[in-house]
Design a protein. Structure first.
Length: 355
């Protein structure tokens, strides 16, 4: 089969002819219908510091966002059948560690990540543990099916627990309008947020345009003077500050912002990843504010998936989600897709299995 293989510890990757995998016991084999490029894939492609430290096993087929059709099931597979359309939970867990046995599988101590630790989806076929294959809602468009993994990050950031009382009728700040921040905006609106205020650098024109398109009530320029930015958020929230603030940018200043712009007693979710340790005035940011803070990684397995499927039932929501896909390319042009993201021309790039 064709696959995009990262063979060398250097920039780039090549399309190669490799052996087609087989579904082993408890596994399914999926033929790709659609894939999309994640920030992680861009890091792997350009071989930045994160990728150099994180990727243990080369050569590897990378990529993890996809949907496709099950074409083979291994022995003992019960919940998925040949012909089912699926996407995947990309956290591959052992099911036996302390976290897995106490309802926190998404932070399994022996977790492997699809397309980072195991062969991924930039290929004609991928094999997956049965538990990771998630059947798509009926009729979901394939290009949206490949967005479920990042949409799950956004959904988990918005809903770190089952209760949505702090969203409905409330003011929410979304710091950072990368693809996952953009996805959080229509999720918040669908859940009844009163106002969604987002921040992004004005120079990120694609992101700013899309933030407005998917429903942000205000898009503030993150490059304005810090105190002015905090004041602008307060002005948008009757002087109170945000009830909930989602840090989705990975910029150190934004981590400070989500606390400084938070109303006392509010909630922060942190999804952004920082290149270096960040300084934060914990006394004033967290303690005296009595703030609730959630760290977000992956998706809750599998409550987040159920929450996503409910959101996807709305046609308006699906239209907003699909507007985040700015480019669709054949996978043979994957280098072009990487470049479009790297040079900030694209939000999400969708790849068709045309080799
Ligand atoms: Zn991803
Ligand atoms: Zn585990």
């Amino acid at each position: 089969m064709h696959a995009v293989v990262k063979r060398n510890r250097a920039e780039g990757a090549g399309i190669e002819d490799v052996a087609k995998p087989k579904a082993a016991k408890g596994e399914v084999l999926v033929e790709m219908t659609s894939t999309s490029i994640c920030g992680t894939d861009v890091h792997i492609w350009y071989w930045n510091h994160w990728a150099q430290n994180r990727l243990k096993r080369l050569p590897i087929i990378f990529g993890h966002e996809f949907c496709g059709k099950v074409v083979e099931v291994g022995p003992e597979v019960k919940s998925v059948s040949v012909g089912d359309m699926v996407s995947a939970e990309t956290h591959i867990v052992d099911g036996t560690c302390y976290q897995c046995r106490t309802g926190r599988m998404h932070i399994c101590r022996n977790m492997k990540i699809l397309g980072v630790d195991t062969d991924g989806v930039f290929a004609e076929y991928v094999r997956l543990p049965e538990m990771n294959a998630r059947k798509l809602p009926k009729g979901l468009e394939p290009n949206l099916g490949s967005l479920l993994e990042p949409m799950g990050n956004a959904t988990f950031t918005v809903l770190p627990h089952d209760c949505m009382d702090d969203i409905k009728g409330k003011n929410v700040l979304v710091a950072g309008c990368g693809p996952i921040g953009l996805m959080a905006i229509p999720i918040l609106k669908a859940l009844g947020a009163k106002k969604v205020i987002s921040t992004e650098l004005a120079s990120e024109e694609v992101r700013v345009r899309l933030a407005k398109k998917v429903g942000a009530d205000a898009v503030l320029d993150a490059s304005m003077k810090y105190d002015d930015l905090v004041s602008a958020i307060k002005a948008e929230t009757e002087g109170n500050g945000a009830d909930v603030a989602l840090e989705m940018s990975g910029a150190p200043q934004a981590l400070n912002l989500v606390f400084d712009a938070l109303t006392p007693g509010g909630r922060v979710s942190i999804l952004g990843l920082y290149a270096d340790p960040v300084t934060l005035d914990v006394n004033n940011a967290v303690t005296f504010k009595s703030a609730t803070v959630y760290g977000i990684t992956g998706r809750r397995m599998f409550q987040t998936w159920d929450q996503m499927y409910k959101l996807l039932a709305s046609e308006d929501f699906r239209a907003k989600l699909s507007s985040i896909i700015t480019h669709t390319l054949p996978i043979r042009d994957i280098a072009k897709g990487m470049e479009l993201i790297h040079t900030r021309q694209a939000a999400k790039v969708s790849l068709k299995p045309e080799w």
